[in-house]
Write a protein that binds this ligand. Sequence first.
Ligand SMILES: C[S@@+](CC[C@H](N)C(=O)[O-])C[C@H]1O[C@@H](n2cnc3c(N)ncnc32)[C@H](O)[C@@H]1O
Length: 248
Amino acid sequence: MNTASKNRYYQTGELRGARVKALFDHIAKRYDLINDIQSGGLHRWWKHSLIKASAIQSGEQALDVCCGTGDLALSLASQGASVVGIDFSQAMLDEAKRKLPSTASQRAPRSPVVFQQGDAMELPFEDNRFDVVTMAYGLRNLSDWEKGLSELHRVTRPGGRILILEFGKPPNPWWRSLYFGYLKLAVPLIGWSLAGDAEAYRYILTSLHHFPAQRGIEAAMVRLQCRHIQTRLFLGGVMSLNLAQKQA
Ligand SMILES: C[S@@+](CC[C@H](N)C(=O)[O-])C[C@H]1O[C@@H](n2cnc3c(N)ncnc32)[C@H](O)[C@@H]1O
């Protein structure tokens, strides 16, 4: 637990955003490769599960917050939605934008995707705008995750869907210890060897220790008076998908 103060990318309070932005600016070019390696490619399956659970329809308006290198935004668009992807790291957005031409030549998105820079803590959109609002691996990084969640809720239209994919906390203590051991030892080693920055990848476990994960998100969705709240666990809770509908 007390690893927080030892990680240069983890900071409570006002400096949190600046440190997190510095982290993602630094690893942006290697982010996708390391994601594939550290998850054994499974992040693609977890994101696919989110897209399926969103029941996104052609013509709907979707927002992907903390879009990073654009995986979810591009997948939503491939289902015919109009998508905005927002992130505060220009380096991550540059990687996302780089995928647009190659995606167009292979599996062309049928609808436009706009990638724009902005802060998840203060979304530059009016209330009740989007049919579907998604976030993958973003909430844990925010200086105030509950405020971030209420922002997602604010811009979702009544009856719209909110879906959050995040690192989870496995309920089984043995499995949790094994998994935390992997995050503590193997993941920083991968980060060091491929991005030259073990600390950036040690940050995952540090930030997870300070985050209530799936059960906390679920409770916050109840406080927001969402409907049809569900929590799905992948690999025994290694990852979680929280989904809900904004009250109509
Ligand atoms: C772990 S990455 C996830 C990227 C992508 N969603 C994915 O699943 O691959 C987290 C992203 O959240 C962004 N982020 C963190 N805090 C943010 C904030 N306050 N506002 C906007 N973006 C933020 C980072 O820049 C980074 O691109």
